[in-house]
Structures are given as structure tokens and as C-alpha cells.
Design a binder for this molecule. Structure first.
Ligand SMILES: Cc1cc2nc3c(=O)[nH]c(=O)nc-3n(C[C@H](O)[C@H](O)[C@H](O)COP(=O)(O)OP(=O)(O)OC[C@H]3O[C@@H](n4cnc5c(N)ncnc54)[C@H](O)[C@@H]3O)c2cc1C
Length: 162
């Protein structure tokens, strides 16, 4: 039998994804299925914002809704099934000024040909004391998530336009 040398293992990732919310894990599923061996960094909140909620009712494919944490567990498993590697570390610094692109997780430096940033967003609130107590109890920061509950009711919306 021919003695084949082991295939060289590139120390440079093809695709590095920052974030494991729905955006990061969707990117991971597609990249993994395209044989791009994605390496994903989860940061402080593996699964992203949906891990902090209960029923998600607008995600296609779940007639009766699905719990946020369950949805994100399923997405993680789907990404891993195709070979995605997830690191439970935060990216603390990047240098995208030259190829290969460089990222750091603390002292550890990672090199990558491409990087997908899927670090999400946070709602901008007004800073009122009552906001934290009323959040989820009539006060919402997400029309897609909660608008349906307020149909045919009068709502107050902070306008972006003057
Ligand atoms: C309470 C609540 C209820 C919601 N309900 C619904 C709903 O019912 N329906 C709906 O459509 N939407 C809902 N949303 C909105 C939805 O959660 C977001 O639109 C969605 O999570 C955005 O996905 P994302 O992947 O872009 O980012 P996120 O979910 O915000 O994920 C960001 C990811 O990036 C990681 N990250 C950030 N910085 C770093 C770093 N430096 N290094 C490594 N990783 C990093 C985080 O750890 C996280 O994994 C809700 C949001 C909240 C807060």
C-alpha cells in the first residue's frame, strides 16, 4: 500500500465567524456545507439574544413557535453536524489591514482568509429608570417580535425623523 503523507493542515482558517447568534450560525451552516471549515467564536452569549427569550413565533418552520434557547441549541447542532468548530471565547482585537486577516482571543492570535462579523446589536433605550421594569411588560424594542401583540391598539413610537 502506498504511504501517503498526511495532508498539510493549514494554520490559516478559510472562514472565521465572530458570533453564534442566528446570523453567525446561519453563516456557519452555509460555509460548512461549502467545505470552508468555518471556525466560530461565540463570545459572552453563545446563541445570542434569542437565548434570553421564551416563545419565538415568527421563525418559519415552527407552526406553534419554538422556545428561543431550544431554537439556538438546534442551530448550533446543525452547524456542528457539518463540521463547524465553535470556540467559547471572545474576540478581543482584530487587524484587517493585510492578508491573512488577524484576530485575537486574548493572547491567542488567529489567522484567517475571510472573517464574517455577526456580533449582533443591542437596543438603544431612552435611559429611563422605568424601562428595565417595564421591558417585556408592555415596553418593547422589537416590532418584528412584539408588534403582533399590539395589533389594533394605539402605540407610541419614537420617530427617527424630525
Ligand atoms: C428578549 C428578546 C426577544 C426577542 N424575540 C424575538 C422574536 O420573537 N423574534 C425575532 O425575530 N427576533 C427576536 N429578538 C431579536 C433577535 O434576538 C435578534 O434580531 C437576533 O438575535 C440577532 O441575531 P444576530 O445573530 O445578528 O445577533 P445576536 O443574537 O445578538 O448574537 C450576537 C453574537 O455575537 C457574539 N459576540 C459579540 N461580540 C463578540 C466578540 N467580541 N467575540 C465573539 N463573539 C461576540 C455574542 O456572544 C453572540 O453570540 C428578540 C431579542 C430579545 C433581546
Amino acid at each position: 500500500m502506498a504511504n501517503h503523507p498526511a495532508a498539510p493542515v493549514s494554520p490559516i482558517n478559510d472562514v472565521t465567524i465572530i458570533g453564534t447568534g442566528p446570523a453567525g450560525l446561519t453563516a456557519a451552516i452555509y460555509a460548512a456545507r461549502a467545505a470552508l471549515n468555518p471556525v466560530v467564536y461565540a463570545g459572552m452569549q453563545h446563541g445570542g439574544q434569542l437565548t434570553t427569550t421564551t416563545e419565538v413565533e415568527n421563525f418559519p418552520g415552527f407552526e406553534h413557535g419554538i422556545m428561543g434557547p431550544k431554537l439556538m441549541t438546534e442551530m448550533t447542532a446543525q452547524a456542528e453536524r457539518f463540521g463547524t468548530k465553535i470556540h467559547y471565547e471572545e474576540i478581543t482585537k482584530v487587524d484587517f489591514s493585510s492578508q491573512p486577516l488577524k484576530l485575537w482571543a486574548g493572547d491567542k492570535m488567529i489567522e484567517s482568509r475571510t472573517v464574517i462579523i455577526a456580533t449582533g446589536a443591542t437596543a438603544k433605550t431612552l435611559g429611563l429608570k422605568t424601562e428595565s421594569t417595564l421591558m417585556g411588560r408592555g415596553l418593547s424594542t422589537c416590532a418584528t417580535c412584539d408588534g403582533f401583540f399590539y395589533r389594533r391598539q394605539t402605540i407610541w413610537r419614537k420617530s427617527a425623523r424630525k
